[in-house]
Design a protein around this ligand. Structure first.
Ligand code: FRU
Length: 513
């Protein structure tokens, strides 16, 4: 008996120790983002089913729970009240006899057009792509179809529609990623769908019966990249008028290599999208290498367009980046706006304001002339950095900042005034042996000669750079063998005038409750 009590005591102590270890190690692995969303374990790619309902932002995502590489696709699920702190919920959608659950969207069926509503909660209806691996292995083209599922308890549990698929496949190999919205003027549901290297638009009165009404993009397609994850959104521009933006993810051929996100600005009449620009005008939502499959939240408060993307590069190295128990994170949520420029309307984006709640302190970097390098006092690997430079009053040929560690690994963000390019240079940023496509410099044309305003978000192994109020965005991953804790401002070829600067160390959102 005495031995039994002793054994139970030892087991109890071991269990306690185990628990403490788990809590204190939670989200502490090397390269684990601290204020970006990542799955607890396993593989993640596209954000899916972004919907706001009853005070909660839902983030579903392409998820392989049993491996850190892509495989059988489920929809993982998390919710947030503020777009900053996330709570993981159980997997929402599992593969079934019709296939893996590929990307898609969720709408709030406010007027019960589906007839799914039984009580007071509005139905949340998920519209997604089924990918049938049996058909794929048999070499059949009709492997992808569209299905729906609904939830009557705020997204907690889901019922798949008994008559799936709602849109069968007529022979298109790539036929996926429905991003549905309600079009008030025509009182119909609209479904932009990526089909091969173009977009098809379907409409429906009830989310169950769909009719194809138009196509867009064959003239706009670049290289051999298939179109994936479209999103058609509208912005109020003047009293009563609106402009439409088609966000279009492209599997290959992006400006800085691999997969990336283009957008088109134009009009939509309830059936057809028309492009304001010539088919050869290429507008990029992000110029970094690591922002893909991003789309916006349905039903966000005040009709805001809140966007989130997957921070990786499908075509180049998504499955082999050197993380451990999980693979991939999302960008921070960003608020999109449409601004008028001399060339027409263009997207701008900035991190959502709510992220400011993560600022721990506030270090002023005073106005000064930078002649060579200036080190900013910094102890953190999680930072928000704001810098503004007066370009008209400086003699330098290059200006920017450098993140580095004691191993001499560094990431450089700057403006090269000779080539008129903003860049992120991760050539010597740390580990890159996993892919010959990783150690590169990514560039964006930049023609403003008056001012350079940079906001950068740095989180262990990623940087998001927003230039001149978000008119340009770049997102890149990097993998230093030791954390970067040094930040230097630099000027080359002459002096640069820093007008103002601020550094905010940020706190982690991942504390086990
Ligand atoms: C984009 C994508 C989608 C597809 C999903 C599969 O990254 O290829 O087109 O639905 O990922 O996981």
């Amino acid at each position: 008996m005495k031995n039994l009590i002793l054994a139970l005591f030892v087991i109890f102590c071991l269990a306690c120790q185990q628990k403490t270890e788990t809590s204190s190690n939670y989200y502490q692995e090397k390269y684990r983002p601290q204020f970006h969303f990542t799955p607890e374990k396993g593989w993640m790619n596209d954000p899916n089913g972004l919907v706001y309902y009853d005070g909660e932002y839902h983030l579903f995502y392409q998820h392989n729970p049993d491996s850190t590489v892509w495989g059988p696709m489920h929809w993982g699920h998390a919710i947030s009240k503020d777009l900053v702190n996330w709570e993981h919920l159980p997997i929402a959608l599992y593969p079934d006899s019709l296939g893996y659950i590929f990307s898609g969207s969720i709408v709030v069926d406010e007027n019960n057009t589906t007839g799914f509503q039984t009580g007071k909660e509005k139905p949340l209806v998920a519209i997604f792509t089924y990918h049938d691996m049996v058909k794929e292995k048999a070499g059949r083209n009709d492997r992808e179809s569209q299905g729906i599922a609904y939830s009557l308890d705020k997204g907690r549990t889901w019922t798949k529609y008994a008559q799936n698929p709602v849109i069968p496949n007529k022979g298109d190999t790539d036929f996926r990623d429905p991003k549905v919205f309600w079009h008030q003027a025509s009182k119909h549901w609209i479904m932009p769908l990526a089909v091969g290297k173009k977009l098809e638009i379907f409409t429906s009165p009830n989310l169950k019966n769909w009719q194809k009404v138009s196509e867009f993009g064959l003239k706009e397609s670049i290289n051999d990249g298939v179109w994936e994850c479209p999103d058609l959104i509208s912005f109020k521009i003047e009293e009563g008028t609106e402009k439409w933006v088609l966000i279009q993810n492209i599997g290959r051929g992006a400006i800085n290599g691999g997969s990336g996100t283009q957008y088109f600005v134009g009009n939509f009449d309830g059936k057809t999208f028309t492009n304001d620009n010539s088919p050869t005008t290429k507008l990029w939502l992000d110029y970094g290498a690591d922002n893909y499959a991003g789309v916006t939240w349905f039903n966000a408060p005040n009709n805001e367009k809140i966007y989130i993307g997957w921070m990786s590069n499908w075509d180049d190295y998504a499955n082999i980046v050197p993380t451990s128990t999980w693979r991939s994170g999302m960008t921070v949520p960003r608020k999109l706006s449409l601004i008028k420029t001399t060339e027409g309307y263009r997207l701008a984006q900035l991190p959502v304001k709510q992220l400011e709640s993560l600022r721990i302190s506030n270090t002023d970097i005073p106005k000064q002339t930078i002649s060579n390098t200036v080190t900013i006092d910094n102890k953190s690997a999680l930072n928000e950095l704001d810098l503004s430079f007066d370009l008209s009053n400086s003699t330098s040929t290059e200006v920017g900042f450098i993140l580095s560690n004691s191993k001499g690994e560094k990431l450089i963000v700057g403006l090269d005034k000779t080539s008129k390019q903003i860049f992120i240079d991760r050539t010597n940023a740390g580990k890159s042996d996993f892919s010959s496509k990783f150690a590169k410099k990514h560039t964006v044309p930049f023609f403003d000669s008056k001012e350079l305003i940079i906001k950068a978000l740095i989180d262990k192994a990623s940087i998001e750079v927003f230039v001149n109020d978000g008119k340009i965005a770049l997102t890149d991953l990097f993998f230093p063998t030791e954390e970067y804790t040094k930040i230097e401002l630099y000027s080359k070829g002459g002096d640069s005038e820093l007008l103002a600067g601020r550094l905010y160390p940020l706190k982690s959102i991942w504390v086990k409750k």
